[in-house]
Design a protein around this ligand. Structure first.
Ligand code: 0WD
Length: 253
């Protein structure tokens, strides 16, 4: 399905990361992958996870460092000569901004959250498109808090709104080059980042109780949706936010 396709995966922190589930799904279908890691603290994790993956490349890339972003794409360009898809699975907000009232968000926390969680998609799209010579697919990860108020999600909800809007604007810009841009809005999954959100456990219980499928989503299921979106099966889908949340978002009262 993805034989002869090259993908870049941003946001593997450990084996629980949604990015890792996406990578596994794509690798199983024949994609060649380049992985980026944010800083030395995650290097070992990513190298260990990918060591048995045929031809995988691992490069540093903190999105707050433009020189690292440029270098990462240069390495991928040299090694593979092209890029077919990019999976953006990156977000960050200071912990103190993820509890209490949204109104108390500091200027610094707001700017950091929006820069790393939303602007980085546009930044990476700009760097990726010169390598997407035969068209391509870009996928990012969003959450329901973009659209509705979710307690404690706060500035990350605002960042995800900006992210979903960026998906639509990028889809319009890049459609002419047959590059598609979509978001997956995933239900909550117990990853490293998710643990930064207060009351995550209660949220998981609530969803298992209320969602049409009466359970929480698994990272593997988000990975499979990413695989679909980067494959030719999704060739007419762009600018969308696709919910992979066991149906939770359709429920009113
Ligand atoms: O419930 C969840 N886990 C959901 C996550 C539900 C819906 C959406 N998402 C989103 C997240 O908001 C994020 O955009 O999915 C994406 C991936 O999140 P994840 O897999 O839940 O979390 P994690 O495994 O922690 O990966 C996110 C990674 C960072 O990990 P840590 O936890 O070390 O901050 O984003 C990366 C980093 O690897 N990251 C960066 N990468 C490059 N430059 C940066 C940065 N400056 N900051 C964070």
């Amino acid at each position: 399905m993805l034989e002869n396709k090259v993908g870049m995966i941003f946001g593997v922190a450990n084996q629980r990361s949604i990015a890792w589930a996406c990578a596994q799904a794509c690798a199983e279908k024949g994609a060649k992958l380049a992985f980026t890691y944010q800083g030395e603290r995650l290097k070992g994790n990513v190298e260990k996870l990918t060591k048995d993956m045929d031809g995988a490349v691992v490069v540093p890339c903190d999105v707050t460092n433009q020189a690292e972003v440029d270098a990462a794409f240069e390495i991928v360009g040299k090694k593979f000569g092209k890029l077919d898809f990019l999976i953006h699975s990156i977000a960050f907000a200071p912990k103190e901004a993820l509890e209490g009232e949204f109104m108390m968000t500091s200027r610094a926390a707001f700017l950091t959250a929006l820069e790393i969680s939303a602007f980085s998609l546009t930044q990476l799209a700009l760097a990726a498109t010169p390598l997407m010579k035969n068209g391509g697919s870009i996928v990012t990860m969003s959450y329901y808090g973009a659209e509705k108020v979710v307690q404690n999600y706060n500035v990350m909800g605002v960042a995800k709104s900006a992210l979903e809007s960026s998906v639509r604007y990028l889809a319009e810009d890049l459609g002419k080059q047959n590059i598609r841009v979509n978001a997956i809005s995933a239900g909550p999954i117990n990853t490293l980042s998710a643990r930064g959100v207060k009351n995550m456990g209660a949220m998981l219980h609530h969803i298992a109780d209320k969602s049409p499928l009466r359970r929480n989503v698994e990272a593997r299921e988000v990975g499979n949706t990413a695989l679909f979106l980067v494959s030719d099966l999704a060739s007419a889908i762009t600018g969308e936010t696709i919910y992979v949340d066991c149906g939770f978002n359709i429920i009113g009262i």
